[in-house]
Design a protein around this ligand. Structure first.
Ligand SMILES: Nc1ncnc2c1ncn2[C@@H]1O[C@H](COP(=O)(O)OP(=O)(O)O)[C@@H](O)[C@H]1O
Ligand SMILES: CC(=O)N[C@@H](CCC(=O)OP(=O)(O)O)C(=O)O
Length: 290
């Protein structure tokens, strides 16, 4: 006999889908730039979840662009080669040998691994770096006290290669590497790269996936919404330190550059991005103009 009593699990799933529908309609056709940090890349299960989320965004008509990091992975490879990592203001000092290793790890290993995950999740991804199609031309970062070597900041962005990939129904996966004025290869901080691409593509959202739930206050509670002026205060009172400072500077640049909102969230939590996008409760810290 068929029971007509609703299965509570299925009912909950149906309610979740119904809650997601207005968000799907609102975001259809819009661009979301998703930065997947080296610390956020967890085990195979986390990678599968991430890839499924990206494929789902594409399936519901959102245009995801993935920008990945890989700082810890570059550090491990340099160590194996007997090269010491040195950072100045969160940027890796990059001589010619370090640049070769960074490009090998970012463009060769991590980029193609993310393409594989997306393929396994049923999507079509194209892995490129900022060198391809002259996507990102950089100028050398000039630091007041140190020569950082081949560290660049995006100067000129030509989004045609991204448009071509996206319009073909595929998902661009971008390594944070750019081309210098004379054709040299430059290393770019991945948050900076993602923020610059979000502004250049007119993205609705910038997601920065990292290894914390979002921005935490001094009592370690999650701050779910922040404006640029609140961020400046949190920086002044020492709540925000280390890698979170450039990350939030990227968020401020993005929202001041026309991105509707930037979100910092934990990339290791299963489907955190879907919760943020498609539920009322959200996840992580959302930065928006006050
Ligand atoms: N107020 C804060 N809230 C959350 N994280 C913070 C805060 N201040 C500093 N951090 C640090 O920022 C780190 C995230 O930056 P980073 O390590 O550069 O990330 P990623 O490698 O993913 O780009 C967190 O792991 C945490 O240690
Ligand atoms: C100039 C610079 O520092 N480039 C970074 C690029 C990778 C990166 O930013 O990766 P995460 O997001 O995982 O930290 C680096 O060499 O580590």
């Amino acid at each position: 006999m068929i029971s007509h009593a609703p299965n509570p699990d299925l009912l909950a799933k149906a309610e979740t889908l119904a809650e997601a529908l207005p968000y799907m309609q609102r975001y259809a056709g819009q661009t979301f730039v998703v930065k997947y940090g080296g610390h956020a890349m967890g085990d195979a299960e986390a990678a599968t979840d991430f890839a499924e989320d990206i494929v789902l965004l594409k399936a519901v008509g959102i245009n995801p662009i993935v920008v990945h990091g890989g700082g810890p992975q570059i550090g491990a490879m340099l160590k194996a080669q007997g090269i010491e990592s040195r950072f100045v203001d969160g940027l890796r000092v990059t001589d010619a040998a370090t640049m070769k290793t960074a490009e090998m790890v970012l463009s060769g290993a991590i980029n193609k691994e993310i393409v594989s995950w997306i393929t396994k999740a049923g999507g079509r991804a194209v892995g490129i770096s900022g060198k391809d199609g002259r996507l990102v031309t950089v100028s050398k970062v000039l630091h007041p006290t140190d020569d950082l070597g081949f560290v660049g900041e995006p100067d000129d962005i030509d989004i045609r290669v991204l448009d071509t990939i996206s319009k073909a129904g595929m998902i661009p996966v971008v390594a944070p590497i750019g081309v210098g004025p004379d054709g040299e290869t430059y290393n770019i901080n991945a948050d900076t790269m993602a923020g610059a691409l979000a502004i250049a593509t007119g993205a609705e959202r910038l997601f920065l996936l990292t290894d914390v739930a979002g921005v935490l206050d001094k009592a370690k509670n999650l701050l779910s919404d922040l404006t640029p002026s609140q961020i400046k205060m949190l920086r002044e009172d020492g709540t925000i330190t280390g890698g979170m400072i450039p990350k939030l500077e990227t968020c401020i640049d993005a929202v001041e550059g026309g991105v509707d909102a930037a979100v910092v969230l934990d990339g290791r939590v299963p489907h955190a991005m879907l919760i943020e996008i498609f539920t009322r409760q959200g996840a992580g810290t959302l930065v928006r103009q006050g």
